[in-house]
Design a protein around this ligand. Structure first.
Ligand code: ATP
Ligand code: MG
Length: 566
């Protein structure tokens, strides 16, 4: 995270100050109204969650309203699938909009506004091609030059604009431009394009239109038509604000919204751009928008993130006016904190090796009491089967242990979680020399956590009774990108070269406690000592879960061994 500390939950941030000042000045009759304005050209990602939380929480804080508005002015990229997923994601995150609008609801009104600008001499139809328009616009250090069509009469402009609407001209043949200032230091004020010709089918208006308003022309006017008071957007729109205001100044709008910019969210080891995420989906680098490695809300949901954790994350990162990149760990800690409170604890052995307890009677089974969630007494207890043959994790045994290795090794004693202590005696190996079985003995006096003669056993390991274990596929996810800043690539290089080839590891031999198959798909678990896991809501079948690793446990092995309590 940036060295500057953003404001924390519940504290004022600069947007509160701005709104407080507006209210104190008596603006908008004391009303506060915001909107979340996604373009339906992809699925929402965690960056959008920041904007959603901000817009809706402002409305909550001031007893105001927040609308959902689809910014659907670019028919070539927009689809109903995206509209539906966006609504589902906003609701999943825990928010309900006051009114639902589409920019396309206002197409006729926007068209009338455009005619108004023409009639008042503030807009003209230009015949320059797109390339010519760019060339005439100049650059930051070079003023633009006027189009030869800039001084057409109002009548000619009106006639041409109406014919544009009628479909008389091909794509790109003409544009409607605002007549502002070709030598303005702000390129956005150099006669920006307001309407373009696009013979394209729109997901809502069908073929009713063949001219479409540009983002800059639609956005502020929709804000005004919806009576938005504060139009919150990301910093890259700061340079558009003079145009936003110019348009409001020159149009008979019913209200006077104001634009306030904040820093967009960036997170290490991921990209947050719908265009790039779409490229990953289309190129099949991931299984879809909801691949659990994706930073989309649907991906995070499938990974096992909860709305509470994402809202807490957005609170924690705060709202500021400087761009920074949040460490991925902050996002992961938000789900760890939340799942620590709610996830059921179970024992699961991901890389199993067999343990036989020599002196434990064959055929005997005892049922051990285990705590479902030490953070939540209401979660209760369960019984876990213990018998002569168990699975433990390969990582929990070393034939030749390093110093300070407190788990199982020949001649060393370790406690089985919730049960007694065992000591490794000998091992059985296969022809390749790999340990396939560890022969142990147990000490009945150490049952139920007892420590006879004050004996200290530092290591505690998890286990599953072989005769009672169930199997389930387990997907271990890692960062989708191996580079901390995947967008940053040398010129000519592809950002996709930063994809992590090992972002998904599928385990098929995991042995789990039986209780996991009784839980419905979409249940959160903590596999003790391993991490948080979620039974995939789509791939799991009742009785046959498929697990996604949501996050590893925060603690490193070193700390766990030191504490000796897991
Ligand atoms: P992307 O770059 O991912 O395509 P976008 O800005 O084009 O994002 P929109 O659908 O236009 O996507 O975004 C809807 C709202 O969400 C806008 O107000 C936008 O500023 C905001 N938003 C988008 N990305 C972020 C982000 N990373 N952090 C905060 N807000 C964001
Ligand atoms: Mg956008």
């Amino acid at each position: 995270m940036s060295s500057e500390t953003p404001t924390r939950a519940g504290h004022n941030h600069f947007i509160h100050d701005e709104i407080d000042a507006d209210l104190a000045a008596g603006k908008n009759d004391g009303r506060v109204q915001t909107r979340f304005p996604p373009e339906p050209n992809g699925y929402l990602h965690v960056g959008h969650a920041k904007s959603i939380c901000l817009n809706f929480s402002l409305a909550q804080r001031y007893g105001g309203k927040c609308n959902l508005r689809f910014d659907d002015t670019n028919p070539s990229k927009e689809e109903t699938e995206y509209v539906d997923s966006i609504q589902a994601d906003v609701r999943w995150l825990g928010f309900e909009w006051d009114a639902l609008y589409y920019a396309s609801d206002f197409f006729e009104k926007l068209y009338q506004f455009a005619e108004h600008l023409i009639k008042t001499g503030h807009a003209y139809v230009d015949d320059l091609t797109g390339d010519q328009v760019s060339e005439y616009r100049g650059s930051l250090d070079k003023p633009g030059k006027p189009s030869p069509f800039r001084d057409r009469s109002v009548d000619e402009n009106l006639d041409l604009f109406r014919r544009m609407r009628q479909g008389e001209f091909e794509n790109g043949k003409r544009t409607l431009r605002a007549k502002i200032d070709m030598s303005s230091p702000n390129p956005n004020l150099r006669d920006p394009v307001l309407y373009r010709i696009m013979h394209a089918h729109h997901h809502r208006t069908g073929d009713a239109w063949c001219i479409y308003p540009m983002y800059d022309f639609a956005h502020g006017q929709c804000d005004a038509l919806e009576s938005i008071t504060h139009s919150i957007c990301t910093l890259e729109f700061e340079i558009h604000r003079p145009l936003y205001e110019w348009l409001l100044d020159h149009l008979p709008v019913p209200a006077r919204p104001r634009q306030i910019e904040f820093a967009r969210l960036n997170i290490t080891y991921t990209v947050l751009s719908k265009r790039k995420l779409l490229e990953l989906v289309q190129g099949k680098y991931v299984s879809g928008w909801d691949d659990p490695r994706m930073p989309t809300l649907s991906g995070l949901r499938r990974r096992g993130y909860t709305p509470e954790s994402l809202r807490a994350f957005c609170d924690q990162i705060g709202v500021a006016r400087f761009n920074s990149t949040v460490d991925k760990v902050v996002l992961e800690n938000s789900i760890r904190d939340d799942l620590n409170k709610r996830a059921l604890r179970v024992m699961a052995v991901l890389n199993p090796v067999k343990v036989t307890i020599e002196n434990y009677p064959e055929g005997e089974v005892e049922w051990i009491d285990a705590v479902n969630n030490p953070e939540d007494p209401a979660a209760g207890m369960r019984k876990v089967a213990l018998s002569r043959t168990l699975w433990i994790d390969r990582d929990d045994f070393r034939e030749d242990p390093p110093k300070k290795y407190f788990r199982l090794s020949p001649g060393k004693e370790v406690r089985l979680r919730y049960a007694f202590c065992i000591t490794a005696k000998t091992v059985v190996k296969d022809s390749a020399g790999e340990v396939v079985e560890i022969i142990c003995t147990y000490d009945p006096e150490t049952r139920n956590g007892a420590t006879p003669n004050g004996r200290k056993v530092k290591g505690i390991i998890h286990w599953v009774s072989a005769g009672h274990a169930v199997e389930a596929p387990v997907r271990l996810y890692d960062h989708l990108f191996s580079a901390e800043f995947p967008d940053e690539v040398a010129e000519g290089a592809d950002w996709k070269s930063n994809l992590n080839p090992n972002s998904l590891e599928l385990l098929t031999g995991a042995k789990l406690e039986q209780s996991v198959v009784e839980a419905p798909p979409g249940t959160h678990f903590q596999f003790e000592r391993v991490g948080y896991f979620y039974s995939d809501p789509l791939d799991s079948k009742p009785g046959a879960p498929v697990f996604n690793r949501t996050a590893t446990l925060r603690d490193s092995w070193a700390k766990i061994e030191k504490r000796g309590d897991i």
